[in-house]
Write a protein that binds this ligand. Structure first.
Ligand code: SAM
Length: 282
């Protein structure tokens, strides 16, 4: 990590590191957003994720996780739990935590119906007091940290609950090319084959302006979610330096491409949609 990024010591890292832009305050409104959107979110995920998840993100995450058989895995911010179930089927012993009790209830129901065993808990990943130190071989936090006001608190907790040498794999929507942040596509005409508008170019501005954005998601049918969701835009250097400061070595970083040549993903073949990090607890 240090050599790759030209940073020599922790002290030096501290100098480059921005202070946490969003001091931890897991206010009820953020929890409420996920409660209010729980049903719409579960429908969107539909047990397997959206095409972006299935054909871009998930294969990359799976590759970085490696063989999970017999491993203790924490799914931190599990949502409706499809990854918790998937990695349980792959032989991991999974604990899954989410701040939304509705999403946890949905996850439990689906998991029971499938005859699987996942230890679900309602809770805040920044304060996992119910989980002892050094419990897990792997922490997976898929598309969660961009929804959390204080990155450092979450990474500190992930580090605490990992065994020495354990791995953290986390993903975010790529912050440099992110419409929940500094950028947006300039759109052209709708392509009748894909039913998506052509991307003319992606414009980026104010990348360094770390702040909260509120966005409505849409269901598969195109309807707006009941309430907007909070996103916290941070630079890549903030993520990387926060890993270093919280006791991790970065061992892999990916900007995954679609796994197929589907014309639907024309835009996602031109700029990365996701960023995926694998880090080892020091
Ligand atoms: C974009 S969803 C991702 C869910 C799941 N990891 C997936 O890949 O489908 C973000 C999830 O993070 C959860 N979340 C947000 N803040 C949280 C917190 N502080 N602690 C635990 N979960 C949180 C939300 O309830 C939501 O389920």
């Amino acid at each position: 990590m240090s050599r790759r990024f030209g940073i020599k010591s922790r002290k030096e890292v501290e100098r480059f590191r921005r202070p946490c832009a969003f001091p931890y305050n897991m206010t009820d409104p953020i929890q409420k957003q996920w409660e209010d959107n729980a049903e719409a979110f579960s429908d969107l995920i539909a047990g397997a994720g959206t095409p972006h998840h299935k054909d871009i993100l998930n294969p990359c995450v799976e590759e970085l996780l490696g063989d999970v058989k017999g491993k203790c895995l924490l799914d931190a911010g599990c949502g409706e739990g499809y990854l918790a179930r998937y990695y349980t089927k792959k032989g991991a012993e999974v604990v899954a935590i989410d701040i939304s009790s509705s999403l946890i209830e949905t996850s439990k129901t689906i998991t029971n119906n499938e005859g699987l065993g996942v230890d679900y808990r309602v809770g805040d990943v920044c304060h996992m007091e119910s989980i002892p130190n050094q419990t897990f071989d792997i922490v997976l936090s898929n598309l969660v940290l961009l929804n959390i006001p204080c990155l450092d608190d979450a990474l500190k907790e992930y580090n605490r609950v990992l065994k020495a040498g354990g791995y953290l794999v986390f993903s975010i929507v790529h912050p440099a090319f992110n419409f929940y942040g500094p950028g947006t596509w300039k759109m052209g005409e709708k392509n009748p084959d894909t039913n998506r508008r052509e991307g003319l170019f992606f414009k980026v501005d104010n990348y360094f302006d770390e702040k909260e954005y509120n966005q409505y998601w849409r269901t598969r049918g195109g309807e707006r979610f009941p309430v907007p969701i909070s996103f916290f835009h941070r630079t890549l250097s903030t993520y990387l330096n926060s890993l270093v400061m919280n006791g991790f070595n970065l061992i892999d970083f990916r900007e995954p491409l679609p796994i197929n040549n589907d014309p639907f993903f024309d835009r996602e073949r031109r700029i990365p949609f996701f960023a995926v990090f694998k880090a080892r607890k020091i």
